[in-house]
Design a protein around this ligand. Structure first.
Ligand SMILES: Cc1ncc(COP(=O)(O)O)c(C=O)c1O
Length: 368
């Protein structure tokens, strides 16, 4: 059995350290904010090359709080893509603003800057590009062409780079998730907002504790959304391994791409890596002919795979009121029918990668 993802392998190799780190928190009795969270915030800021990192309860709240901190609210529009996880657009609705969708580029799965800029109206307050599957959006034209706030949904892209930009430090704020299956995963939910701007960092810190700087004195409406100290302790153990884990993901991706090419599997298009990009392969997502049949074949062979995302956001029932319909975003709709994510996680061994390549090749009648 080759699972789509296996967290147990990673946890097993670090279990002594993780247990010690969590025990320290339990013995200190400081579970909400405090030294462990502050230390992690400092470490992750250093790793991501930003001046501020504000730990929050999850990646969805990171997006919500970033939009609130930017002053986005009712009457505002925010441009984003429909081929992403629900939370991206959900966060825009959550602050009372209107998501405006712009189709993705079918080769990169990511926001097409020219198309996104064409959606800007006098009401557009922010742009919310998503660095999907670990590949950064082409930020330079977006930043050059849009005068409002750019907030990066970097939930899947920790450590990614492109043209001198790093995920989470190109726009005004970057939003990351530490959901257990992410490249840097906690033992539960967690997230962080990064920024180079001290006043935004302060706003985020206030917003995550009910709009209060001093206990029981509330300056604005905020929420309760903090990164738990126990999660911060887990993340502090894992963070020093992230660079190696990312390198292993990249090696697996390269092995897949070379393997499909060597076996002449032209029915599968490997993920694009545009020049100047460092892809961190949160997912290795191919575009596949007869995707659903391929997935069933892999499943039969004991190989896990995942469909991200089967229904683009403009066709989700909850967004019906936005008035979009089938055919509005052809690339996103096509990808929802063709994209398939193959197993990629640092502990996956080469023999397993080769077995996946061979199973894909066999499905299309190629191979040895
Ligand atoms: C692109 C994207 N945005 C936002 C989120 C939300 O993160 P979380 O699950 O931590 O709330 C996720 C992850 O689930 C994601 O993949």
């Amino acid at each position: 059995m080759i699972p789509a993802f296996d967290l147990k392998r990673q946890n097993r190799s670090l279990s002594g350290e993780l247990t010690r780190a969590m025990t320290e928190v339990i013995e200190a009795g400081q579970f909400i904010l405090g030294g462990t969270v502050a230390a992690f915030e400092e470490e992750i800021a250093g790793a991501l090359d930003v001046t501020h990192a504000v730990g929050v309860a999850n990646g969805s709240d990171a997006l919500y709080l970033a939009l609130l901190a930017a002053g986005v609210g009712p009457g505002d529009e925010v441009v984003t893509t429909p081929f992403t996880f629900f939370a991206t657009a959900g966060s825009i609705s959550r602050v009372g603003a209107k998501p405006v969708f712009s189709d993705v580029d079918r080769d990169t799965f990511n926001m097409d800057p020219a198309k996104a800029l064409a959606q800007v109206s006098p009401r557009t307050r922010a742009m919310l590009p998503v660095h999907l599957f670990g590949l950064m959006v082409d930020m330079a034209p977006l930043l050059a062409g849009f005068a409002g706030t750019v907030i990066e949904d970097a939930a899947q892209a920790i450590g990614a780079r492109r043209d001198g930009y790093r995920a989470g430090s190109a726009g005004a704020m970057g939003c990351f998730s530490f959901f257990p299956t992410k490249n840097l995963g906690a033992f539960g939910d967690g997230g962080v907002v990064t920024t180079q701007d001290g006043s935004l960092a302060e706003a985020l810190r206030i917003l995550r504790t009910h709009g209060s700087r001093r206990k029981y004195l509330h300056e604005r409406f905020g929420v309760n959304s903090r990164l738990d100290a126990l999660q911060a302790a887990v993340l502090r153990v894992k963070l020093p391994h992230l660079a190696d884990w990312t390198a292993r993901r990249q090696a697996i991706a390269a092995r897949y791409t070379a393997g499909f090419s060597a076996l002449g599997v032209s029915e599968v298009l490997p993920p694009a890596v545009p020049a100047g990009s460092v892809h961190v392969f949160h997912q290795y997502t191919v575009r596949a002919e007869r995707r659903d049949a391929l997935k069933a074949h892999l499943n039969q062979a004991g190989i896990g795979s995942t469909v991200y995302y089967p229904v683009p956001l403009h066709l989700q029932p909850v967004f019906a009121e936005l008035g979009y319909g089938p055919g509005d975003f052809p690339a996103s709709e096509e990808l929802s029918r063709t994209a398939l994510s193959l197993p990629v996680f640092p502990e996956l061994v080469d023999d397993e990668v080769d077995a996946v390549i061979e199973a894909v090749a066999a499905f299309y009648g190629h191979g040895y």
